[in-house]
Design a protein around this ligand. Structure first.
Ligand code: VNL
Length: 391
């Protein structure tokens, strides 16, 4: 009776040893990343761009870390913050994700921050850009940008280029308030005046009444921040109301001349000066490679600044997981802090203290390049930290 038992035990032991050597073969050993994005609704272009960029990064850089397969679990929150929080909770509790990522708008990121804190799950913000998001949880890391970063540079540029009187127009929620405050403060500091600060709602904005006001006020310039996806509708109204012909110079953050929509905006966009961290026309070999590969994988789609936030966010997660040997939690968070690398946008750093991105901010002008509209960079401020953290 004893005879057959020994070979069986030996086989069992051998089998266990083999299983221990090959953990990658087991489905439960995948490293899951929860990606929550607006894939439908008003911010759907942001979701589409980031999802495509995340897929591209994984296709180019291998989807395996420490012998374990990386699996991205994509969820659509339709830009509804209650939905974002519910989906993030499910991803943490049921899917046991090592990191949360995405977050198309600030309210979605803010709603999720407490979940990141409670579950000690690193949360990589790839899109939302209100300064305060990184302070909402010690587990937030950002790879997009901040509105103070973008707005101070264009205020400087305006003051130095003969603009004395400017009206502001922003989307009436947190990033818009940031943009307005940082633009106005810097512009006043440089001797400018701001006779009126206008705002439009985030949902279904109507630009006609505010543009009529701008016409009446006849400022030298109109400074605008609108979230990605609203730029084309705004430009159309700006032209229809004849503001381009009335001598009101349009200046903005690069969200308005978004590469996702710019090619179809028409000549009204020509000459618009903006400040931002990314242009598809950025001249570097890394960007050229990125744009070509992105287009090739997505039916010719031009990547915008959201795509770059997603691509770099995936980089920060994958490199972090390599350093933590697949561990999540505080080990992964620590491995994300201080990462420094060449992004398609230029050199970037994840500031270890603030967990926010430090990057070059470019001044750009919309021009035709080979018959297509692009944000052509003509000046740069190097290594800009979020000015919002200084207060
Ligand atoms: C936000 C900021 C969203 C900038 C954006 O597009 C944007 C945000 C959706 O923080 O909500 O371009």
């Amino acid at each position: 009776m004893q005879g057959p038992r020994f070979p069986f035990r030996a086989a069992l032991a051998a089998g266990l040893a083999v299983a221990a050597l090959l953990p990658a073969a087991r489905a439960q050993d995948t490293l899951k990343i929860g990606l929550v994005l607006p894939m439908t609704g008003q911010q759907a272009t942001t979701g589409r761009q980031i999802d495509a960029a995340v897929k591209l990064y994984l296709a180019q850089n291998g989807a395996t870390v420490a012998g374990r397969k990386i699996e991205v679990v994509l969820k659509d929150d339709a830009s509804n913050p209650d939905q974002t929080r519910r989906l993030a909770q499910e991803l943490v509790v049921n899917d046991k994700v090592v990191a949360l990522a995405g977050f198309g708008i600030t309210p979605s990121a803010m709603a999720t921050a407490p979940i990141a804190t409670q579950s000690k799950t690193p949360m990589v913000v790839m899109a939302a850009a209100t300064s305060a998001i990184t302070q909402a949880s010690p587990f937030v890391v950002r790879t997009s940008f901040t509105l103070p970063q973008a707005s101070v540079s264009i205020a400087e540029w305006a003051a130095k280029n003969g603009i004395k009187k400017a009206v502001t127009l922003v989307s009436d929620y947190a990033p818009g308030i940031d943009a307005e405050r940082y633009f106005v403060d810097r512009f006043l500091l440089n001797g400018g005046t701001v006779p009126e600060k206008l705002r439009t709602p985030l949902r279904a904005p109507d630009f006609a009444p505010v543009l009529q006001k701008v016409r009446d006020l006849a400022p030298q310039a109109l400074f605008v921040f609108l979230p990605s996806g609203q730029g084309a509708a705004f430009m159309k109204q700006f032209a229809e109301r004849g503001l381009d012909k009335a001598g009101v110079r349009l200046i903005a953050t690069g969200d308005v001349t978004d590469d996702d929509q710019l090619a179809d905006m028409g000549d009204v966009a020509l000459g618009v000066v903006t400040s931002h961290h990314y242009s598809a026309a950025h001249k570097s070999p890394a960007n050229q490679k990125f744009v070509e590969a992105f287009r090739k994988a997505n039916n010719g789609l031009r990547p915008n600044f959201m795509a770059v936030g997603g691509y770099d966010g995936m980089r920060v997660i994958v490199e972090g997981l390599k350093a933590s040997k697949g561990a999540g939690g505080e080990a992964l968070l620590a491995a994300m802090k201080g990462q420094i690398f060449e992004s398609p946008r230029g050199p970037v750093l994840i500031d270890a203290q603030t967990r926010d991105i430090v990057q070059d901010i470019y001044i750009r002008k919309v021009e035709k390049v080979d018959g297509q509209l692009y944000n052509v960079e003509f000046d740069v401020q190097k290594g800009v930290k979020d000015p919002g953290k200084a207060r």
